[in-house]
Write a protein that binds this ligand. Structure first.
Ligand SMILES: Nc1ncnc2c1ncn2[C@@H]1O[C@H](COP(=O)(O)OP(=O)(O)OP(=O)(O)O)[C@@H](O)[C@H]1O
Ligand SMILES: Nc1ncnc2c1ncn2[C@@H]1O[C@H](COP(=O)(O)OP(=O)(O)OP(=O)(O)O)[C@@H](O)[C@H]1O
Lengths: 216, 216
């Protein structure tokens, strides 16, 4: 199984490290800030306090043995780039780096990042699209033609089983899950009856999804 | 057409504002930092320098006339929360707020945010899933227990119909759509055969989704 190192435990880096850990992968998490290292000590396999711009520290950590290193240092563009360059020179096979802006991202590609991430910029676009498309609870464009929507169950459907509502045939949509108070039913059986205040998580082509959104 | 205001022009806020503008919507962008306001002056309809925690400034801006306000102030959790509270008290119909962490997010919901965003955290999860499986093209966490993944069809499934793969029973996942070259099949019939290079868009509980991601 591949080994991952994550450098920089801000909101993005810590999320990458924690998610990898939860999925069962070995993660070495590194930050120069002692407090952040402490807070993270029980969340992944190993956490180390180090300055990743320091070549000796990188050597000591055996960083060249990692399959993937994620450079999640944010505000300090210089440290972010210097770290990326050092990792490239040490022969790390796959380097992911977070960029502050388009120019920073271009430079990262030039100095050896295999993949550049723009978390805030990409989420900003997604949120903007969400806000524009609909008033429903959540909208995610899964692809240009396919969307996922969370809607409170239209009264017209309450009391009917999923099979009876015939949503698949009528709107070409698929009910992935039903949220009912604190529980989530996934996948719901065709016999599941829709109740008042249920939240339906549905997916389908854009037209069918929109017609469901407009149902009373 | 709805009017939007975005408060805080960091990487996330400026991306929201710019994307809305590019989609043809009126955007009022606000930041207390003069330099950021200057840099943004030609990017959206209106940019204003103001402290959004100041009630008088909000009144003067006519903020209650906006349909949606996005609070994209980051590091200053107090300013972020105070701004959100003021917007709620002024009757803004839909408030989106960016949270630094889960606790901050909970508080934002309690004080009136209609939607809370975790850009770095969500992108961190997405990147982690992308790194784990080269088959994974896209990963979105739909809720704490439910995720959507786009994967290239594992060779183990090629040539089988959806019914034969028995994904629903084996992994508790649901194939929402199949992308094949330029076409998208949604929803796919149980008889649909999976072909080489198909891209499967699936949804399900986290464990089942991960097991599919790891299939060769
Ligand atoms: N040279 C370095 N070596 C190790 N860690 C570093 C170095 N420089 C910065 N860091 C760490 O990187 C982490 C993330 O950086 P920072 O908080 O500036 O970025 P950010 O873009 O605001 O992060 P995010 O948006 O992911 O929260 C910090 O915890 C910081 O201590
Ligand atoms: N009270 C306030 N009124 C107006 N703008 C504010 C206020 N407080 C902070 N801001 C602005 O909010 C913007 C975003 O805040 P900050 O840079 O701290 O967040 P961030 O989480 O690092 O942002 P991002 O990750 O989106 O880049 C800054 O440009 C800052 O000037």
């Amino acid at each position: 199984k591949r080994q991952f190192a994550v450098m920089g435990l801000g909101r993005f880096g810590s999320s990458v490290a924690q998610t990898l850990h939860e999925m069962g992968y070995e993660v070495l998490a590194i930050d120069q800030n002692e407090e952040r290292v402490q807070d993270f000590s029980d969340k992944v396999t190993h956490v180390v306090e180090a300055d990743t711009t320091d070549e000796d520290s990188l050597q000591a950590l055996g960083i060249r043995n990692f399959d993937v290193v994620v450079v999640a240092i944010g505000q300090n563009i210089q440290a972010n780039m210097l770290t990326t360059l050092q990792l490239k020179e040490m022969g790390v096979p796959y380097i992911v780096a977070k960029a502050q802006n388009a120019l920073h991202g271009k430079m990262l590609e030039k100095i050896g990042a295999d993949r550049v991430i723009y978390p805030e910029r990409d989420m900003g676009k997604r949120v903007a699209h969400n806000l524009v498309s609909t008033n429903v609870l959540e909208y995610i464009a899964l692809s240009p033609d396919l969307s996922m929507v969370e809607v409170t169950a239209p009264k017209a459907l309450v009391g009917k089983s999923l099979l009876e509502t015939n949503l698949r045939a009528k709107y070409a949509i698929n009910v992935l899950a039903i949220k009912r108070k604190d529980e989530i039913i996934v996948p719901p059986l065709p016999t599941e009856k829709i109740m008042l205040e249920d939240i339906l998580i549905v997916v389908g082509g854009n037209e069918g999804v929109q017609r469901l959104e407009e149902l009373e």
